[in-house]
Design a protein around this ligand. Structure first.
Ligand SMILES: Cc1cc2nc3c(=O)[nH]c(=O)nc-3n(C[C@H](O)[C@H](O)[C@H](O)COP(=O)(O)OP(=O)(O)OC[C@H]3O[C@@H](n4cnc5c(N)ncnc54)[C@H](O)[C@@H]3O)c2cc1C
Length: 393
Protein backbone atom coordinates (compact mmCIF):
# COMPACT_ATOMS: atom_id res chain seq x y z
CA UNK A 1 0.00 0.00 0.00
CA UNK A 2 1.30 3.47 -0.91
CA UNK A 3 0.25 6.59 0.96
CA UNK A 4 0.26 9.97 -0.79
CA UNK A 5 3.22 12.29 -0.77
CA UNK A 6 2.13 15.38 -2.71
CA UNK A 7 0.44 18.42 -1.21
CA UNK A 8 -2.91 19.72 -2.49
CA UNK A 9 -2.74 22.80 -4.61
CA UNK A 10 -5.17 25.20 -2.97
CA UNK A 11 -3.46 25.67 0.39
CA UNK A 12 -2.18 29.16 1.05
CA UNK A 13 -4.94 30.82 -0.96
CA UNK A 14 -7.51 30.61 1.83
CA UNK A 15 -8.43 33.39 4.24
CA UNK A 16 -10.24 31.31 6.83
CA UNK A 17 -7.41 30.49 9.18
CA UNK A 18 -5.31 32.38 11.74
CA UNK A 19 -1.65 31.61 12.56
CA UNK A 20 -2.74 29.38 15.49
CA UNK A 21 -4.63 27.14 13.06
CA UNK A 22 -1.54 26.89 10.85
CA UNK A 23 0.58 25.88 13.87
CA UNK A 24 -2.05 23.34 14.88
CA UNK A 25 -2.07 21.99 11.31
CA UNK A 26 1.70 21.58 11.40
CA UNK A 27 1.65 19.75 14.71
CA UNK A 28 -1.21 17.48 13.57
CA UNK A 29 0.75 16.66 10.41
CA UNK A 30 3.71 15.67 12.55
CA UNK A 31 1.43 13.53 14.70
CA UNK A 32 -0.06 11.78 11.66
CA UNK A 33 3.37 11.12 10.19
CA UNK A 34 4.78 9.79 13.46
CA UNK A 35 1.83 7.91 14.98
CA UNK A 36 -0.69 7.09 12.27
CA UNK A 37 0.95 6.71 8.86
CA UNK A 38 3.45 4.00 9.95
CA UNK A 39 0.70 1.92 11.60
CA UNK A 40 -1.93 2.52 8.95
CA UNK A 41 -1.36 -0.59 6.79
CA UNK A 42 -1.91 -2.80 9.85
CA UNK A 43 -5.11 -1.02 10.83
CA UNK A 44 -6.32 -1.16 7.24
CA UNK A 45 -5.70 -4.92 7.27
CA UNK A 46 -7.41 -5.39 10.68
CA UNK A 47 -10.41 -3.26 9.68
CA UNK A 48 -10.18 -1.37 12.98
CA UNK A 49 -7.94 1.15 14.74
CA UNK A 50 -6.59 0.48 18.25
CA UNK A 51 -8.26 2.24 21.17
CA UNK A 52 -4.89 3.87 21.86
CA UNK A 53 -5.42 6.07 18.77
CA UNK A 54 -8.13 7.90 20.72
CA UNK A 55 -6.02 8.38 23.85
CA UNK A 56 -3.02 9.43 21.76
CA UNK A 57 -5.13 11.99 19.88
CA UNK A 58 -6.40 13.29 23.22
CA UNK A 59 -2.91 13.55 24.67
CA UNK A 60 -1.78 15.82 21.83
CA UNK A 61 -4.95 17.94 21.78
CA UNK A 62 -6.58 16.36 18.71
CA UNK A 63 -9.72 14.96 20.36
CA UNK A 64 -12.89 16.45 21.82
CA UNK A 65 -11.42 19.92 22.19
CA UNK A 66 -14.84 21.34 22.94
CA UNK A 67 -14.93 19.69 26.39
CA UNK A 68 -14.39 22.39 29.06
CA UNK A 69 -10.98 22.55 30.73
CA UNK A 70 -12.35 21.73 34.18
CA UNK A 71 -13.63 18.42 32.76
CA UNK A 72 -10.35 17.49 31.08
CA UNK A 73 -10.72 19.08 27.63
CA UNK A 74 -9.19 22.18 26.08
CA UNK A 75 -12.42 24.19 26.13
CA UNK A 76 -11.81 25.30 22.55
CA UNK A 77 -14.95 26.35 20.74
CA UNK A 78 -13.51 27.11 17.29
CA UNK A 79 -14.65 24.70 14.59
CA UNK A 80 -11.71 25.64 12.36
CA UNK A 81 -9.54 23.30 14.45
CA UNK A 82 -11.93 20.43 13.61
CA UNK A 83 -11.66 21.44 9.94
CA UNK A 84 -7.86 21.19 10.14
CA UNK A 85 -8.08 17.65 11.57
CA UNK A 86 -10.50 16.50 8.87
CA UNK A 87 -8.48 18.00 6.00
CA UNK A 88 -5.07 16.79 7.12
CA UNK A 89 -6.37 13.25 7.71
CA UNK A 90 -7.56 13.15 4.10
CA UNK A 91 -4.39 14.66 2.67
CA UNK A 92 -2.27 12.13 4.57
CA UNK A 93 -4.37 9.32 3.06
CA UNK A 94 -5.53 8.05 6.48
CA UNK A 95 -9.04 9.50 6.68
CA UNK A 96 -10.65 6.11 7.34
CA UNK A 97 -8.33 5.57 10.32
CA UNK A 98 -9.21 9.01 11.67
CA UNK A 99 -12.95 8.54 10.98
CA UNK A 100 -13.47 7.15 14.49
CA UNK A 101 -11.80 10.01 16.39
CA UNK A 102 -13.51 12.57 14.12
CA UNK A 103 -16.93 10.99 14.61
CA UNK A 104 -16.25 10.99 18.36
CA UNK A 105 -15.44 14.73 18.40
CA UNK A 106 -17.52 16.18 15.57
CA UNK A 107 -20.64 14.06 15.40
CA UNK A 108 -21.39 12.45 18.77
CA UNK A 109 -19.86 14.80 21.33
CA UNK A 110 -22.12 17.69 20.22
CA UNK A 111 -25.19 15.65 21.30
CA UNK A 112 -23.72 15.30 24.78
CA UNK A 113 -22.57 18.90 24.97
CA UNK A 114 -26.01 20.13 23.94
CA UNK A 115 -28.28 17.85 25.97
CA UNK A 116 -26.44 16.26 28.91
CA UNK A 117 -27.42 17.22 32.45
CA UNK A 118 -24.71 18.53 34.80
CA UNK A 119 -24.49 15.08 36.42
CA UNK A 120 -24.07 13.40 33.01
CA UNK A 121 -21.42 15.93 31.97
CA UNK A 122 -19.43 15.21 35.14
CA UNK A 123 -19.82 11.46 34.58
CA UNK A 124 -19.00 11.24 30.88
CA UNK A 125 -17.02 14.23 29.65
CA UNK A 126 -13.68 13.51 31.41
CA UNK A 127 -13.46 10.04 29.75
CA UNK A 128 -14.61 11.46 26.42
CA UNK A 129 -11.90 14.14 26.59
CA UNK A 130 -9.15 11.65 27.50
CA UNK A 131 -10.18 9.22 24.76
CA UNK A 132 -10.84 6.44 27.29
CA UNK A 133 -14.58 6.55 26.63
CA UNK A 134 -15.09 6.17 22.88
CA UNK A 135 -18.34 7.45 21.39
CA UNK A 136 -20.68 6.13 18.69
CA UNK A 137 -24.16 7.09 17.51
CA UNK A 138 -26.68 4.42 16.53
CA UNK A 139 -29.67 5.46 14.46
CA UNK A 140 -29.66 3.06 11.49
CA UNK A 141 -31.36 -0.32 11.84
CA UNK A 142 -31.45 -3.36 9.56
CA UNK A 143 -34.98 -2.30 8.50
CA UNK A 144 -34.56 1.47 8.25
CA UNK A 145 -31.92 4.10 7.58
CA UNK A 146 -33.25 7.13 5.74
CA UNK A 147 -36.66 6.95 7.42
CA UNK A 148 -35.93 7.74 11.06
CA UNK A 149 -39.62 7.68 11.95
CA UNK A 150 -39.59 3.93 11.19
CA UNK A 151 -37.05 3.20 13.96
CA UNK A 152 -38.23 0.03 15.69
CA UNK A 153 -35.75 -0.34 18.57
CA UNK A 154 -38.12 -0.08 21.47
CA UNK A 155 -37.82 1.27 25.01
CA UNK A 156 -40.40 0.33 27.66
CA UNK A 157 -40.53 1.81 31.17
CA UNK A 158 -39.19 -0.61 33.80
CA UNK A 159 -41.66 0.73 36.37
CA UNK A 160 -38.81 2.21 38.40
CA UNK A 161 -37.92 5.27 36.29
CA UNK A 162 -35.57 3.34 33.99
CA UNK A 163 -36.08 1.71 30.60
CA UNK A 164 -35.80 -1.75 29.03
CA UNK A 165 -34.44 -1.55 25.46
CA UNK A 166 -34.87 -4.16 22.74
CA UNK A 167 -33.81 -4.01 19.08
CA UNK A 168 -30.78 -3.83 16.85
CA UNK A 169 -28.71 -1.27 14.96
CA UNK A 170 -26.40 -1.66 12.00
CA UNK A 171 -23.57 0.14 10.16
CA UNK A 172 -22.40 1.77 13.39
CA UNK A 173 -19.05 3.54 13.05
CA UNK A 174 -16.84 2.88 16.13
CA UNK A 175 -19.31 0.09 16.94
CA UNK A 176 -16.67 -2.35 18.21
CA UNK A 177 -14.51 0.21 20.01
CA UNK A 178 -17.38 2.20 21.52
CA UNK A 179 -17.86 2.61 25.26
CA UNK A 180 -20.79 5.05 25.11
CA UNK A 181 -23.36 4.72 22.33
CA UNK A 182 -26.03 7.37 21.77
CA UNK A 183 -28.94 5.19 20.67
CA UNK A 184 -32.17 6.36 19.02
CA UNK A 185 -35.06 4.44 20.58
CA UNK A 186 -38.83 4.49 20.14
CA UNK A 187 -40.37 5.19 23.54
CA UNK A 188 -43.92 5.99 22.41
CA UNK A 189 -46.03 5.64 19.26
CA UNK A 190 -45.97 9.27 18.13
CA UNK A 191 -44.16 9.26 14.76
CA UNK A 192 -41.34 11.79 15.31
CA UNK A 193 -42.22 12.74 18.88
CA UNK A 194 -41.87 9.10 19.94
CA UNK A 195 -38.10 8.90 19.62
CA UNK A 196 -35.75 9.33 22.57
CA UNK A 197 -31.97 9.16 22.91
CA UNK A 198 -30.22 6.95 25.46
CA UNK A 199 -26.54 6.57 26.24
CA UNK A 200 -25.99 2.81 26.35
CA UNK A 201 -22.71 1.81 27.99
CA UNK A 202 -20.45 -1.05 26.98
CA UNK A 203 -20.87 -3.85 29.53
CA UNK A 204 -24.55 -3.23 30.27
CA UNK A 205 -26.15 -6.71 30.40
CA UNK A 206 -27.95 -7.53 27.13
CA UNK A 207 -25.95 -5.03 25.06
CA UNK A 208 -23.91 -6.95 22.48
CA UNK A 209 -21.63 -5.96 19.65
CA UNK A 210 -22.12 -7.98 16.49
CA UNK A 211 -19.71 -8.82 13.77
CA UNK A 212 -17.67 -6.23 11.93
CA UNK A 213 -19.30 -5.45 8.63
CA UNK A 214 -17.15 -6.27 5.58
CA UNK A 215 -17.14 -3.02 3.61
CA UNK A 216 -15.89 -2.28 0.12
CA UNK A 217 -13.66 0.52 1.37
CA UNK A 218 -12.91 2.68 4.42
CA UNK A 219 -11.20 -0.41 5.78
CA UNK A 220 -9.47 1.10 8.79
CA UNK A 221 -12.82 2.31 10.14
CA UNK A 222 -14.68 -0.03 12.48
CA UNK A 223 -18.30 -0.54 11.45
CA UNK A 224 -20.55 -3.06 13.19
CA UNK A 225 -23.95 -4.23 14.24
CA UNK A 226 -25.23 -3.66 17.79
CA UNK A 227 -27.87 -5.71 19.60
CA UNK A 228 -30.04 -4.77 22.56
CA UNK A 229 -31.73 -7.65 24.36
CA UNK A 230 -33.65 -6.47 27.43
CA UNK A 231 -30.95 -3.90 28.16
CA UNK A 232 -31.83 -2.12 31.39
CA UNK A 233 -30.89 1.52 31.04
CA UNK A 234 -31.32 3.73 34.11
CA UNK A 235 -33.27 6.98 33.81
CA UNK A 236 -30.04 8.94 34.31
CA UNK A 237 -28.75 7.64 30.95
CA UNK A 238 -31.56 9.25 28.94
CA UNK A 239 -30.14 12.16 26.90
CA UNK A 240 -32.57 15.08 26.86
CA UNK A 241 -36.30 14.74 27.46
CA UNK A 242 -38.36 11.69 26.57
CA UNK A 243 -39.64 12.18 23.01
CA UNK A 244 -36.98 14.77 22.08
CA UNK A 245 -34.81 12.32 20.11
CA UNK A 246 -35.86 13.37 16.63
CA UNK A 247 -35.38 17.07 17.39
CA UNK A 248 -31.94 16.40 18.87
CA UNK A 249 -30.93 14.32 15.83
CA UNK A 250 -32.12 16.96 13.40
CA UNK A 251 -30.49 19.82 15.28
CA UNK A 252 -27.05 18.17 15.06
CA UNK A 253 -27.17 17.55 11.34
CA UNK A 254 -25.31 20.70 10.27
CA UNK A 255 -21.91 19.80 11.81
CA UNK A 256 -22.27 16.12 10.85
CA UNK A 257 -22.90 16.93 7.20
CA UNK A 258 -20.45 19.82 7.07
CA UNK A 259 -17.56 17.75 8.38
CA UNK A 260 -18.24 15.22 5.63
CA UNK A 261 -18.33 18.05 3.09
CA UNK A 262 -15.02 19.38 4.46
CA UNK A 263 -13.39 15.93 4.13
CA UNK A 264 -14.85 15.43 0.66
CA UNK A 265 -13.59 18.79 -0.53
CA UNK A 266 -10.13 17.96 0.83
CA UNK A 267 -10.43 14.59 -0.94
CA UNK A 268 -11.18 16.35 -4.26
CA UNK A 269 -8.11 18.54 -3.87
CA UNK A 270 -5.93 15.58 -2.96
CA UNK A 271 -7.18 13.43 -5.85
CA UNK A 272 -6.62 16.29 -8.27
CA UNK A 273 -3.08 16.90 -6.98
CA UNK A 274 -2.13 13.20 -7.17
CA UNK A 275 -3.51 12.97 -10.69
CA UNK A 276 -1.74 16.13 -11.80
CA UNK A 277 1.56 14.72 -10.53
CA UNK A 278 0.96 11.48 -12.38
CA UNK A 279 -0.02 12.93 -15.74
CA UNK A 280 3.03 15.18 -15.65
CA UNK A 281 5.35 12.20 -15.37
CA UNK A 282 3.71 9.38 -17.24
CA UNK A 283 4.47 9.40 -20.96
CA UNK A 284 2.61 7.91 -23.91
CA UNK A 285 3.34 8.46 -27.59
CA UNK A 286 6.49 10.31 -26.56
CA UNK A 287 4.84 13.01 -24.40
CA UNK A 288 3.41 13.41 -20.89
CA UNK A 289 -0.19 12.16 -20.89
CA UNK A 290 -1.27 15.42 -19.24
CA UNK A 291 -0.47 17.27 -22.48
CA UNK A 292 -3.15 15.47 -24.49
CA UNK A 293 -6.03 17.84 -25.01
CA UNK A 294 -8.50 15.39 -23.49
CA UNK A 295 -6.43 15.15 -20.27
CA UNK A 296 -6.00 18.94 -20.12
CA UNK A 297 -9.71 19.59 -20.60
CA UNK A 298 -10.70 16.96 -18.05
CA UNK A 299 -8.32 18.37 -15.45
CA UNK A 300 -9.20 21.98 -16.29
CA UNK A 301 -12.90 21.25 -15.75
CA UNK A 302 -12.25 19.42 -12.48
CA UNK A 303 -9.88 22.14 -11.26
CA UNK A 304 -12.61 24.72 -11.94
CA UNK A 305 -15.23 22.72 -10.04
CA UNK A 306 -12.85 22.13 -7.16
CA UNK A 307 -12.10 25.87 -6.89
CA UNK A 308 -15.83 26.66 -6.93
CA UNK A 309 -16.43 23.98 -4.31
CA UNK A 310 -13.66 25.33 -2.11
CA UNK A 311 -15.24 28.81 -2.10
CA UNK A 312 -18.63 27.40 -1.13
CA UNK A 313 -17.26 25.10 1.58
CA UNK A 314 -15.11 27.80 3.16
CA UNK A 315 -18.17 30.05 3.22
CA UNK A 316 -20.18 27.27 4.89
CA UNK A 317 -17.41 26.86 7.48
CA UNK A 318 -17.45 30.60 8.19
CA UNK A 319 -21.23 30.58 8.49
CA UNK A 320 -21.16 27.53 10.78
CA UNK A 321 -18.69 29.27 13.07
CA UNK A 322 -20.97 32.32 13.11
CA UNK A 323 -23.93 30.03 13.86
CA UNK A 324 -25.72 30.93 10.61
CA UNK A 325 -25.13 27.86 8.40
CA UNK A 326 -28.56 26.40 7.65
CA UNK A 327 -29.60 22.76 7.36
CA UNK A 328 -30.29 23.48 3.68
CA UNK A 329 -26.73 24.77 3.07
CA UNK A 330 -25.20 21.82 4.93
CA UNK A 331 -27.30 19.45 2.80
CA UNK A 332 -26.14 21.22 -0.39
CA UNK A 333 -22.53 21.04 0.77
CA UNK A 334 -22.78 17.34 1.67
CA UNK A 335 -24.46 16.22 -1.54
CA UNK A 336 -22.45 18.37 -3.94
CA UNK A 337 -18.99 17.67 -2.51
CA UNK A 338 -19.56 13.92 -2.18
CA UNK A 339 -20.81 13.79 -5.79
CA UNK A 340 -17.79 15.84 -6.90
CA UNK A 341 -15.43 13.55 -5.01
CA UNK A 342 -16.86 10.59 -6.91
CA UNK A 343 -16.28 12.46 -10.18
CA UNK A 344 -12.73 13.61 -9.41
CA UNK A 345 -11.54 10.23 -8.10
CA UNK A 346 -13.13 8.41 -11.02
CA UNK A 347 -11.40 10.69 -13.55
CA UNK A 348 -8.19 10.30 -11.53
CA UNK A 349 -8.35 6.50 -11.78
CA UNK A 350 -8.92 6.77 -15.53
CA UNK A 351 -5.97 9.09 -16.03
CA UNK A 352 -3.73 6.73 -14.04
CA UNK A 353 -4.61 3.97 -16.50
CA UNK A 354 -3.98 0.45 -15.15
CA UNK A 355 -2.05 1.85 -12.19
CA UNK A 356 -5.23 3.61 -11.09
CA UNK A 357 -6.76 0.24 -10.41
CA UNK A 358 -3.93 -0.91 -8.13
CA UNK A 359 -2.90 -0.17 -4.58
CA UNK A 360 0.38 1.24 -5.86
CA UNK A 361 -1.10 4.75 -6.09
CA UNK A 362 -3.49 6.33 -3.56
CA UNK A 363 -6.06 7.29 -6.20
CA UNK A 364 -7.57 3.78 -6.42
CA UNK A 365 -8.24 3.55 -2.70
CA UNK A 366 -9.59 7.11 -2.69
CA UNK A 367 -12.05 6.15 -5.45
CA UNK A 368 -13.32 3.15 -3.46
CA UNK A 369 -13.46 5.07 -0.18
CA UNK A 370 -15.31 8.00 -1.79
CA UNK A 371 -18.34 5.96 -2.77
CA UNK A 372 -19.90 5.80 0.68
CA UNK A 373 -19.97 9.60 1.01
CA UNK A 374 -23.07 9.68 -1.17
CA UNK A 375 -24.77 7.16 1.14
CA UNK A 376 -24.02 7.93 4.78
CA UNK A 377 -24.84 11.00 6.88
CA UNK A 378 -28.15 10.98 4.97
CA UNK A 379 -28.14 9.81 1.36
CA UNK A 380 -27.76 12.41 -1.38
CA UNK A 381 -31.35 11.77 -2.46
CA UNK A 382 -32.49 12.66 1.06
CA UNK A 383 -30.33 15.82 0.86
CA UNK A 384 -32.14 16.82 -2.34
CA UNK A 385 -35.53 16.08 -0.75
CA UNK A 386 -34.56 18.35 2.12
CA UNK A 387 -33.32 21.16 -0.13
CA UNK A 388 -36.48 20.83 -2.22
CA UNK A 389 -38.68 21.15 0.87
CA UNK A 390 -36.92 24.36 1.93
CA UNK A 391 -37.81 25.71 -1.54
CA UNK A 392 -41.47 25.12 -0.71
CA UNK A 393 -41.71 22.06 -3.00
C1 LIG B 1 -19.59 2.93 6.30
C2 LIG B 1 -20.89 3.35 6.92
C3 LIG B 1 -20.89 3.96 8.17
C4 LIG B 1 -22.09 4.32 8.78
N1 LIG B 1 -22.08 4.85 10.06
C5 LIG B 1 -23.26 5.03 10.71
C6 LIG B 1 -23.28 5.39 12.09
O1 LIG B 1 -22.23 5.59 12.73
N2 LIG B 1 -24.48 5.50 12.71
C7 LIG B 1 -25.65 5.29 12.05
O2 LIG B 1 -26.70 5.40 12.67
N3 LIG B 1 -25.68 4.95 10.73
C8 LIG B 1 -24.51 4.80 10.06
N4 LIG B 1 -24.51 4.43 8.74
C9 LIG B 1 -25.78 4.18 8.07
C10 LIG B 1 -26.13 5.22 7.01
O3 LIG B 1 -26.39 6.45 7.61
C11 LIG B 1 -27.32 4.66 6.21
O4 LIG B 1 -26.83 3.57 5.44
C12 LIG B 1 -27.97 5.70 5.32
O5 LIG B 1 -28.65 6.65 6.10
C13 LIG B 1 -28.97 5.08 4.34
O6 LIG B 1 -29.87 4.24 4.99
P1 LIG B 1 -30.13 2.76 4.41
O7 LIG B 1 -28.82 2.11 4.25
O8 LIG B 1 -31.13 2.10 5.29
O9 LIG B 1 -30.75 3.00 2.97
P2 LIG B 1 -32.30 3.22 2.62
O10 LIG B 1 -32.88 4.23 3.53
O11 LIG B 1 -32.94 1.89 2.54
O12 LIG B 1 -32.18 3.83 1.16
C14 LIG B 1 -31.92 3.03 0.00
C15 LIG B 1 -32.02 3.93 -1.24
O13 LIG B 1 -33.35 4.51 -1.30
C16 LIG B 1 -33.24 5.91 -1.40
N5 LIG B 1 -34.36 6.56 -0.70
C17 LIG B 1 -34.81 6.32 0.56
N6 LIG B 1 -35.80 7.17 0.85
C18 LIG B 1 -35.93 8.01 -0.20
C19 LIG B 1 -36.77 9.12 -0.51
N7 LIG B 1 -37.66 9.59 0.38
N8 LIG B 1 -36.64 9.73 -1.71
C20 LIG B 1 -35.72 9.29 -2.62
N9 LIG B 1 -34.89 8.24 -2.38
C21 LIG B 1 -35.01 7.62 -1.21
C22 LIG B 1 -31.91 6.25 -0.71
O14 LIG B 1 -31.45 7.52 -1.12
C23 LIG B 1 -31.05 5.10 -1.18
O15 LIG B 1 -30.55 5.39 -2.46
C24 LIG B 1 -23.30 4.11 8.09
C25 LIG B 1 -23.30 3.52 6.82
C26 LIG B 1 -22.12 3.12 6.24
C27 LIG B 1 -22.16 2.45 4.90
Amino acid sequence: MTLPTSTPIVQGTRTLFEPEHDDYRESFRRFLNAEVVPEYPKWHENHIVPRSLFTDCAEYGFLAMEVPEELGGSGVDDWRFNVVLAEESVWAGVSDAMAGPLLHSDVVLPYIMASATEEQRQRWLPGIASGEKILAVAMTEPGTGSDLAAIATRGKPDGDGGWIINGSKTFITNGINADLVVVAVRTNDDSHGGLSLFVVEDGMPGFEKGKQIEKLGQHASDTSELFFNDVHVPAENMLGEEGSGFLQLVSRLVPERLVLAVSSMAGCEAALAWTLDYVGERKAFGRPIGTFQHSRFTLAELRTEVEIGRCFIDRCIERHIAGTCTVQEAAMAKYWTTDLLGKVTDAGVQLHGGYGYTTEFPIGQAWVDARVGRIYAGTNEIMKELIGKTMGL
